[in-house]
Write a protein that binds this ligand. Structure first.
Ligand code: ADP
Ligand code: MG
Length: 327
């Protein structure tokens, strides 16, 4: 099973940023409202992710790092309606197979904290007592220490950090109700408090992306037939310089989708006669039955049940909002 884990790890664990993504998603699934990330050498040397979520009981620490162990779905019906970010039960096993992983946790219901250590092939699954407040800390050291070929594929510290930065931005933009902290080599990169209202959300966006976006953006808020669209679309003056700043969330998950980008681009071009890709941070909320988000574990894909309707909705409301500010 260890070998299988290493092979599967290639799919989920491509680089430090993929570890951050999986582990933070686990924290969010566990209901955390505060997530602290400490990394060294762009995560290759160390990644420590601490949350205040519901924790893992002592008897299930082992299970959490074994393959195909998930607490999030119990049967096939659940698979149809899965709301959690993870559900395959392979992330921690995959990470453990290519690093030294220390998992420490304390559920509220348990008096003491416990930890389990796994080192690549050698799974020393001895449970040790530990000190930890309610919640979970996952510490990943020496990523790919036992898979030199994969380690060689890692890029410079700067590049790997940029990947983490991007993953962090997506996660932090996806949940304004959670506070996020990122430190790199002891230096605070982001310290984001919970953003309760639009002003605080805009402050978070300014910290993560750019102050200029908000001064050059149209605020969108549409609520129509059970679908809601909220967010910011950058005007051409801003978009020209920041073409890649495109964040679209469907029910809290970042998504890259042709239907979406086409609708946005078309509305933009129609109203502002501007052929370039606009910048945006947009949130679409709809009945989960209307969208299938489990197309692929790592790609950010969705499948809308009614693509044309979603396209029409986006086009219509963006068109309206942009037209109201047309110069
Ligand atoms: P998945 O998220 O697909 O279930 P993972 O390998 O990512 O699989 O995690 C395995 C299991 O470990 C989860 O189902 C969950 O029960 C537990 N777990 C992992 N991280 C946390 C965390 N931060 N807080 C609470 N439970 C966690
Ligand atoms: Mg997971």
């Amino acid at each position: 099973p260890r070998l299988a884990n290493q092979i599967a790890a290639g799919e989920v664990v491509e680089r430090p940023a993929s570890v951050i993504k999986e582990v933070v998603e686990n924290a969010l699934d566990a209901g955390a409202t505060r997530i602290e990330i400490d990394i060294e050498q762009a995560g290759v040397k160390l990644m420590r992710i601490k949350d205040n979520g519901k924790g893992i009981i002592k008897d299930e620490l082992d299970l959490a790092i074994s393959r195909h162990a998930t607490s999030k779905i119990a049967n096939l019906d659940d698979l149809e309606n899965v709301q959690s970010m993870g559900f395959r039960g392979e992330a921690l096993a995959s990470i453990a197979s290519v690093s030294k992983l220390l998992l420490t946790s304390k559920p509220e219901s348990q008096e003491d904290a416990w930890s389990v250590l796994a080192k690549g092939q050698d799974m020393d699954t001895q449970i040790q007592p530990a000190a930890h407040p309610d919640g979970t800390t996952l510490e990943v050291t020496d990523l790919f220490f036992n898979t030199p070929a994969r380690r060689k594929f890692l890029k410079t510290e700067k590049t790997e950090f940029n990947h983490i930065d991007e993953v962090f931005k997506r996660l932090a933009l996806s949940r304004f109700d959670v506070s996020f902290h990122l430190r790199h080599n002891q230096k605070t990169i982001y310290a984001l408090n919970v953003a309760h209202n639009q002003l605080e959300q805009e402050r978070r966006i300014a910290q993560l992306l750019s102050k200029d976006l908000l001064q050059n953006a149209v605020v969108i808020h549409a609520d129509d037939q059970g679908i809601e669209l909220k967010g910011w679309v950058g005007l051409p003056t801003f978009s020209k310089a920041h073409a890649s700043m495109q964040y679209f969330f469907v029910n809290g998950r970042v998504v890259r989708d042709k239907v979406v980008s086409h609708a946005i681009k078309q509305a933009y071009r129609d109203v502002l006669y501007h052929g370039r890709h606009p910048c945006y941070v947009l949130y679409l909320t709809m009945n989960p039955n209307m969208v299938d988000v489990n197309v692929h574990p790592t790609k950010h894909e969705v499948r809308f049940r009614e693509q044309r309707a979603v396209h029409g909705f986006l086009f219509h409301h963006l068109h309206k909002a942009l037209a109201s500010v047309r110069p």
